[in-house]
Unconditional design. Structure first.
Length: 413
């Protein structure tokens, strides 16, 4: 049995080597290694919202994991959520259950801290699906000609933003976070990916002295006079703000071939006059290629009872019923089993009574996606991924879990 504990400064060199071998894209040059080592040292000593843990056998470090503490908007409820990253195992000790131990340790730690939901970016979706993580929203990468963006009458509120504008940009993002399902709160250091890289440019929409949106981007040069504009982050408060950003992008057509944007907005293509990407390799049909689709963020409920306690002020579709939710969780046994929720005018209360009107059953992975709004109940039923005890309650259950917005995540960790 391995021992899992927090890493210390004495573990930095060992975990650096394990991480470099687990993630070769980091690089092996001295600058690459030193940059990683600095991040590990800061995670141990300076960053209050993240902790590094290691699995040890006979005092030897065999693997490690980084656990983050976030505030997330979960269908309009702001709650503490865990993040899992940097899972790394010594190459000599792969397939010995070390990653499993680290993940289960993290689940237990979050549960004991009253955190019912965790999230991660998978290196292998199937690997984490077996551990009960459910899929989040897909992301679409568009490569759009600049003139495909609508051109409005004005871009008079658009201006370049600089480091002295960080606090206003942070306020703008966090206002967006409070209204957007799935987003995590940002602190100042979370703006580093935007402001701390010299190749990035940031323009903002400022009206009456207040920033109501921002667009962070960089250029990718093909040859001397032709570039792509790569959008790093786009946040906007209103359609008017979005239109001025689109006008800004449209007017770059003399210098920019295509705008590359990655978005979880499944309706983004409706904004464009031509969303096609200019390639013709994927379809032997009359369909035009518009985007490349990827899957990233995954969600995992680790304590269903605490989750509904946190969601006590969420209105679940104005429904009235006693619902038995039966979750299959073979990876984290304390979360396996049934919970009865009494919905009164949409508001949930956990009850110890054994009587119920309707039972739904599914794997914890699908339930995690369902509660986040990444998938709806009728789709799970259609695909055979959920079961319903009484079909007369189908519409009621669908309305209980209906969300206005699929989850979005702009945070990389």
């Amino acid at each position: 049995m391995n021992i899992v504990r927090k890493l210390t400064i004495e573990d930095v060199d060992a975990f650096t080597e394990i991480s470099c071998n687990s993630y070769p894209w980091i690089g092996y040059q001295e600058d690459d290694v030193n940059r990683l080592k600095s991040w590990i040292e800061n995670s141990i000593e300076q960053f209050p919202q993240q902790d590094l843990f290691g699995a040890y056998r006979d005092k030897q470090l065999l693997g490690g994991i980084c656990l983050y503490d976030f505030k997330m908007n979960v269908t309009s409820t702001i709650m503490s959520v865990g993040g899992i990253g940097s899972v790394a195992v010594d190459l000599l000790h792969k397939k010995e259950g070390i990653a499993k131990e680290l993940i289960q340790f993290s689940f237990q730690r979050y549960k004991e801290s009253g955190v019912p939901l965790v999230t991660l970016y998978p290196f292998d979706a199937g690997f984490y699906k077996k551990m009960g993580f459910g899929y989040g929203s897909q992301i679409n990468q568009y490569r759009v000609k600049t003139v495909g963006f609508p051109r409005g009458d004005s871009k008079q509120h658009i201006e370049f933003l600089h480091n002295e504008d960080r606090n206003e940009v942070l306020n703008c993002y966090n206002s967006f976070f409070e209204r957007t399902n799935g987003l995590t709160e940002k602190l100042d250091k979370g703006l580093g990916d935007l402001f701390d890289f010299s190749e990035n440019r940031i323009v903002g929409y400022r009206k009456d002295g207040k920033i109501l949106g921002y667009l962070a981007f960089s250029f990718h040069t093909h040859y001397q006079y032709k570039n792509d504009l790569v959008i790093k982050e786009l946040v906007y408060e209103t359609p008017d703000v979005l239109l001025e950003f689109c006008t800004f992008l449209h007017t770059q057509f003399d210098q920019v071939e295509r705008v590359i944007i990655e978005t979880q907005d499944e309706y983004f293509h409706f904004l464009l006059s031509d969303p096609s990407r200019g390639t013709y390799d994927s379809f032997l049909s009359k369909y035009l290629e518009t985007s490349t689709i990827g899957m990233g963020i995954m969600y995992r409920v680790v304590d269903i009872k605490t989750l509904f306690d946190k969601l006590v002020n969420r209105n679940f579709g104005n429904q009235n019923c006693k619902m038995k939710i039966s979750i299959v969780d073979t990876f984290f046994e304390s979360n396996n089993g049934s919970t009865i929720i009494h919905f009164v005018n949409g508001f949930p209360t956990i009850t110890e009574n054994t009587d119920y009107d309707v039972e739904i059953s599914m794997d914890v992975a699908e339930f995690s996606s369902l509660i986040m709004g990444a998938v709806d109940f009728k789709t799970l039923i259609r695909l055979g991924l959920a079961r319903l005890s009484d079909n007369t309650y189908f519409e009621s259950v669908q309305n209980v879990f209906r969300t206005e917005q699929k989850p979005m995540c702009l945070l990389q960790f």
